[in-house]
Design a protein around this ligand. Structure first.
Ligand SMILES: Cc1cc2nc3c(=O)[nH]c(=O)nc-3n(C[C@H](O)[C@H](O)[C@H](O)COP(=O)(O)OP(=O)(O)OC[C@H]3O[C@@H](n4cnc5c(N)ncnc54)[C@H](O)[C@@H]3O)c2cc1C
Length: 303
């Protein structure tokens, strides 16, 4: 029986495990693969202490640190979690585990366009995160695919760096945008919106050089930001009866407790506005602190 089992090996999960281990809790992590989403980032320039570090290296360092503290890290997929406060059974593909508390740090997946070489060009011109990568496009030309509020926000951030930003959207008007953002986009001479288009092809072999649109046009671009939404990895939470908000993300209180006693959540999977490694890490620490507090309270009761 572990004290804490963390599902997810991304920044939220590693930090939750780091704090839990330093609280002297018997801690285990299960994740489908090392690093989580951050391992896809070629260059992380907004995580304190390093001017620049590859996402993979950052994730490796996080893993090394928790392992040194005695955390067991297993790579497997968790299929199901059953039980209640202080007694949960975790069914992973290869093994079953028992734990008192569970921290869900299962993150989200970015929606992809599904085009040829999209994965190969990710980090080589194709990006899913303007907050992370805008600064690499100083005085360049970039495109943003999408027409929701996130796409407009990305375009407005990108235009702080890039000389020219195209918004490429398949419909004839933006989808539920904040009115103020539409105004800002329309008033900015360096942002051009092209409605009723799809990106049909990514151009460039080693690095993105442009896109081919379904209207036959070709746009030369240095970067393409894909902002067509994300899919929260919420299946485990849903099956447990954890409260999920309308957008599919987990509702927690400020201490990262969910509505189910003994289940905590942190990182990109929770309903919070800024989805970044540093915020995920902070929420992971909060979740571990709450698990510790609840375990301590139970220990005192039992004595
Ligand atoms: C290309 C790219 C670049 C980025 N660049 C930056 C950047 O420069 N700076 C920054 O701060 N942020 C960046 N981000 C965002 C950052 O990666 C995320 O905000 C961060 O990884 C969220 O951490 P997390 O631990 O909540 O989730 P994740 O990192 O997504 O980790 C979730 C983990 O849970 C696992 N998991 C899910 N379901 C299960 C299951 N059933 N069983 C087992 N494991 C499961 C997943 O496989 C994954 O390993 C970038 C994202 C991308 C895609």
């Amino acid at each position: 029986m572990y004290d804490v089992l963390v599902v997810g090996t991304g920044p939220a999960g590693y930090t939750a495990a780091l704090y839990a281990a330093r609280y002297k809790l018997d801690t285990m992590m299960i994740g489908e693969m090392p690093g989580g989403l951050i391992s896809e980032a070629p260059d992380v320039c907004n995580f304190p202490s390093r001017k620049s570090i590859s996402g993979m290296e950052l994730a490796n360092k996080m893993e090394e640190q928790v392992k040194e503290l005695g955390v067991e890290v297993i790579y497997d997929k968790v299929e199901d979690i059953k039980g209640n406060d202080d007694d949960f059974t975790i069914n992973a593909l290869r093994e079953e585990y028992k734990t008192k508390k569970v921290i869900l740090a299962t993150g989200q997946d970015r929606r992809r366009l599904g085009l040829d070489r999209e994965s190969k060009l990710t980090g080589r011109g194709v990006s899913y995160c303007a907050t992370c990568d805008a600064a690499f496009y100083n005085e360049k030309t970039v495109g943003v695919v999408g027409g929701g509020d996130a796409a407009l926000a990305s375009a407005l951030l990108l235009v702080e760096y890039a000389d020219k930003v195209y918004i490429l959207y398949r419909k004839d008007s933006f989808f539920r945008p904040e009115p103020i953002r539409v105004e800002e986009v329309e008033q900015n001479d360096n942002i051009e919106t092209i409605f009723n288009v799809n990106v049909d092809e990514l151009l460039g072999e080693e690095k993105l050089t442009g896109v081919k649109l379904n209207n036959g046009e070709t746009l030369e671009l240095d970067g393409l930001f894909i902002e067509i939404g994300s899919i929260p990895n919420n299946v485990l939470a849903k099956n447990l009866g954890v409260k999920i908000v309308d957008n599919g993300y987990i509702n927690t209180d400020e201490y990262r407790r969910t509505n189910i006693p003994g289940i905590y959540a942190a990182g990109d999977i929770i309903d919070s506005p800024l989805k970044q490694a540093i915020t995920a890490a902070g929420q992971g620490a909060e979740a571990a602190a709450s698990a510790y507090e609840d375990i301590q309270r139970q220990r005192v009761k039992d004595e």
